[in-house]
Design a protein around this ligand. Structure first.
Ligand code: PGA
Length: 245
């Protein structure tokens, strides 16, 4: 199974989102056999879900709180994401880890909360440039995946996103992606068991474009892409969906 997920981050108005969805649906055959997802900002979830869910496109939140409700000003809960029409939720995106202090301990709770509310967690992991330069890439990925020893198996997608490749136009080279994805698969096998691991797709993210995606898709264990910048253009995003099909 191939998966292509648009991460809109903190972009687009309701007018722009509606135009995007209409344009995308005009270009993409929903029966293409590829899982297609869009992760809009919270304010656009219901709108986007209303426009695309019936066409088989899955909507993801970009984050959520582990508690179901309560006095957490500024936060949104898993059941609220469900209520807004979400199928899943991005967890541990590097921008959440870097700018909002997201920790592995909090993420373990969030993964379990997502399962409790029947949401698919898309767990994002990846090393910084300093960590790569210090030869710590695999250790960092191993640490970020170690939360699965606590959560145990469940429905899951994983995205490998080297932090230095996100939004920089500098995507990881094929051997780097191959090494990271093989390591992630081995860790998933170790934590979840081979049968549960086998159904977890590992996406690549970081400056994915229609120019780079075909090569990435040819790398073993690359099941698709989590796409930021290029996902804001429906023409480019539709092209990525086509390439994955
Ligand atoms: P990018 O973002 O495609 O703009 O590099 C990817 C991501 O942050 O998920």
């Amino acid at each position: 199974m191939r998966c292509v997920v648009a991460n809109w981050k903190m972009n687009l108005s309701s007018v722009e989102a509606k135009a995007f969805c209409e344009d995308l649906l005009g270009r993409c055959a929903p029966e293409s056999g590829t899982e297609v997802g869009i992760a809009p900002p919270f304010t656009l979830l219901s709108l986007v879900s209303g426009l695309v869910s019936a066409k088989g496109i899955k909507v993801f939140g970009q984050n959520a709180h582990a508690e179901a409700k309560g006095a957490f000003t500024g936060e949104v809960s898993m059941p609220q994401l469900r209520d807004a029409g979400c199928f899943g939720v991005l967890l541990g995106h590097s921008e959440r880890r870097q700018f909002f202090g997201e920790t592995d301990a909090a993420l373990a709770k969030k993964v379990k909360a997502a399962w409790q509310w029947d949401l698919l967690p898309l767990l994002c992991i990846g090393e910084s440039l300093a960590q790569r330069d210090a030869g710590q890439t695999l250790a960092v990925l191993g640490q970020q995946l170690s939360i699965l020893a606590e959560t145990g198996p469940g429905p899951l997608w994983v995205a490998y996103e080297p932090v230095w490749a996100i939004g920089t136009g500098r995507r990881a080279e094929a051997p780097q992606v191959r090494e990271a994805h093989a390591f992630i698969r081995a860790e998933l096998n170790r934590h979840l068991g081979a049968a549960a691991s086998a159904i977890v797709p590992i996406l690549y993210g970081g400056s994915v474009t229609p120019e780079s995606f075909p090569e990435l898709l040819g790398i073993p264990e690359v099941a698709g892409g989590l796409v930021g910048g290029a996902s804001l253009d429906p023409k480019k995003f539709a092209e990525l969906v086509k390439q994955a099909g």
